[in-house]
Design a protein around this ligand. Structure first.
Ligand code: 5GP
Ligand code: MN
Length: 337
């Protein structure tokens, strides 16, 4: 592992940089990528944000969205060329190459051939980068992008455009500054982003006040029909079937935040959301917890996933949603014994 000062030297001349967020990027992943991209452009670097796939429309306001190259919307050769021509590959908001789908093997080809930087806050780190800014206690990856800029002595270069991208990651990954991951540093960074003149209320509105009527109706339906509690396991969970998806014409991002409603119930410490055929076959699961129970461990051990102690996800193929729920119950009964 190299010291960041050599990276600073490497960046003293203009470089071609490709910045990659994790699959199905959320506000933190895409905000990290775009925020860093705008920052690097200030020093004449040529940057491309390359996303494994698309992200929800409520993130399309982000400055630089139009320029993002989406791997699975283009011919694979386009992404191959972008990576091949880059001097520097920066991986943001993930620390294991299996989190970027088919881009994983492409990046893997360049290990120790090109300079690779990884900036992340998830557990389950893989060794693939020459430079790591990895801190599982950081509230958001955009917090670490700010730390990267700070290490580069560049915080005075942060303008409203960069601030908007970084702030979006901060509010979404912290549940609007309510999760225990929020440190005084997180709040100080938020304050310094605000000091650029950023309209923080506007960013909040763009992300959260963007429901369609159908999406709000779906929420009502899901709270009524799709939410089950196992009080003896302090657990609540949602299921979303293929039928629900069709009935409410659910789009990518429409179930974002749903899982948290289960946690809002008194006494509930573990929550899950099981989705049938989300993007592809198999069951996609999201987990949340309050307190010490690590859903990252649960997800890594039993659902081919990972994440953070209190927010994780995974996927299982070749099983029905009911079987996935049954497996979840069995695992919880064992873990909570
Ligand atoms: P969400 O439930 O919002 O999709 O994801 C919650 C957290 O778990 C995020 O930090 C996300 O990066 C992580 N996560 C979600 N799905 C997966 C997965 O399939 N594998 C791994 N390793 N992490 C995941
Ligand atoms: Mn994140």
């Amino acid at each position: 592992m190299h010291n960041f000062s050599t990276l600073k030297e490497f960046l003293e001349e203009p470089r071609k940089v490709v910045i990659i967020p994790h699959t199905k990027p959320d506000a933190d992943a895409i905000g990290s990528a775009l925020g860093l991209s705008w920052y690097l452009r200030k020093d004449e670097h040529i940057t491309t944000v390359l996303s494994p796939n698309a992200y929800p429309s409520f993130l399309h306001w982000m400055p630089g969205h139009e320029e993002v190259v989406v791997y699975d919307k283009e011919k694979p050769e386009i992404s191959e060329t972008i990576i091949d021509e880059a001097d520097l590959i920066v991986c943001v908001d993930f620390s294991s190459l299996n989190r970027i789908e088919e881009l994983g093997p492409m990046v893997r080809n360049y290990i120790s051939k090109k300079t690779i930087v990884m900036i992340d806050h998830h557990r389950g780190k893989e060794e693939f980068a020459d430079y790591e800014l990895w801190d599982i206690d950081a509230a958001a990856a955009t917090q670490l992008i700010y730390e990267f800029i700070d290490l580069d002595e560049g915080t005075q270069k942060i303008d409203q455009r960069i601030a908007a991208c970084l702030y979006a990651g901060l509010i979404t990954d912290t549940g609007s500054f309510k999760f225990p991951s929020v440190s005084s540093r997180t709040l100080r960074i938020a304050a310094s982003l605000k000091d650029t003149g950023l309209d923080t209320a506007r960013i909040y509105n763009l992300i959260y006040d963007n429901n369609t009527e159908t999406r709000l109706r779906f929420l009502g339906y899901a709270l009524g029909e799709n939410l089950t509690f196992w009080p003896e396991l302090n657990t609540g969970f949602f299921t979303v079937s293929q039928d629900d998806r069709e009935r409410f014409n659910l789009q990518s991002g429409d179930t974002e935040g749903l899982v948290n409603y289960a946690l809002s119930v008194n006494g509930i410490k573990i929550a899950a959301l099981f989705k049938e055929k989300d993007e592809r076959d198999g069951i996609k699961v999201s987990f949340r917890s309050i307190g010490d129970f690590s859903v990252a461990d649960l997800s890594a051990e039993h659902f081919n996933g990972g994440g953070h102690k209190n927010a994780a996800g995974g996927r299982i193929d070749g099983i029905t949603i009911d079987e996935a729920v049954a497996k979840f119950k069995k695992v919880l009964q064992e873990k909570l014994k």
